[in-house]
Design a binder for this molecule. Sequence first.
Ligand code: UD1
Ligand code: CA
Length: 478
Amino acid sequence: MPKAANKRKRQTFAIAILAAGKGTRLKSRLPKVLHEIGGKPLLAHVVAAAAQVVPAQNIFAIVGHEADRVRAALEATGISFVLQREQRGTGHAMMEARAALTGFEHVLVLSGDVPLIAPATLTRVRDFHTQNNAAMTVLTAEPPDPTGYGRVFRRVVKGKPTDEIDRIVEQKALRGNETKQREINSGVYAFATGPLYEHIGKLGTDNAHHEYYLTDIAELLRKAKKKVVALKADEPAEVLGVNTRMEMAELDARLRARKARALMEAGTTIFRPETCDIDEDVTIGTDTVIEPHVQLIGRTKIGANCRIRSYSVITNCEIGENVLILPGCILDDSVVRNGARLGPYSRLRPGCDIGEGAHVGNFVETKKTRLGRGSKANHLTYLGDAEIGAGVNVGAGTITCNYDGVNKYTTTIEDGAFIGSDTTLVAPVRVGRDAYVGAASCITEDVPQDSLAVARGRQVNKEGWAKERRAKVNAARK
Ligand code: UD1
Ligand code: CA
């Protein structure tokens, strides 16, 4: 092989993510790696970090417990999957991935349940591993409380610990003084695939869980005179694992605090960040103000100069600039354009498009509705499957009757129309440009442009009727 090609092969890295376990300690029906923190499955966080380091097709998630669900949840990332049919330990998971990984010179191994790992740390591990020409590199850390983690014991030369690892001991196997060991195994490793697969067959199951521990390979490789080194993470919080729901809540809080900090650093005001839930993938423009107790979920994008008042929950929405969202709005999968004003207590169900400068007021529910530029629906209204033009005024208590129990129909209201309060619009129906609909009308037929439609019973006043009735009632009582 020519020298250049040889060098290229030497540096090929795959990433394997261990994600086949059940997560017994969560006591859940959902596989552990699909539990969400920061609004995303644990495994999705790990995949996102991995994808910053190697191309997606070189990432292999090892799945097993509820493999189909895990695969379906991560399909869109373009990574590959390896099936570990039976979960017989982290070492066994790597045995099962042999065919997928042997074509690569090295493999970085990550855990699906260590979600805060940063891409920069992965490249540090990779570089330390190749610089040391190591067979195995273990990312370690010294968190304040090491309980539950495997501990890393370094080789000591002349009383000083070296970079080289002697062995890794699981929490349950620690004896006597060993429990005092503070340096933990993060579950993040780099391996040269040659020595890994040459020696992996020697792993045994003589341990508390009767499983093949990947951690035991450290001692096996060392005994085979291969180099096994440790690299300590700068930030122990980055390698915290999730084994219990308590730990999940802690990591979720950490992620959200980190997200809020990043947003504030980039120019968003968040008054009580600890009360807000802002998902990892949310973006917010400059000088937008987020009041306490706001939730911004999924792929929500908010422009500059907006104000999102308390108790609003916004999921997968695109909000323009200068938008005011008053308290208590619930918005799903919709677009809100520049200068619009919503709430208090507006409900946008999926598929709405609220135009520039439009107003949607209190107790107004919309679904699959386009409200044109400058149009207003301010009070107690239901707009479903509606196409509403610009400059339309929708009076209080208006209802689009879009459903006949079987099918859904569209209501169209053209530019400049005025819909009086308490109107019901029985779809399919169209109100023409600049037309008026009288209050309390039940509109069942199209209203031509520039006309007035009144569709209600005429008022009848019966003079003296109430007085006569009172007299009758009083007479009957005597
Ligand atoms: C593991 C390490 C421990 C380390 C800790 C860091 C072992 C034996 N121990 O312990 O030293 O401190 O991680 O977080 O490796 N998995 C599979 N297939 C299996 C079993 C597990 O894919 O058969 C996956 C799990 O889904 C999980 C990861 O491997 O994502 C780690 O397994 P887990 O059981 O959580 O190991 P820990 O007890 O945390
Ligand atoms: Ca774990």
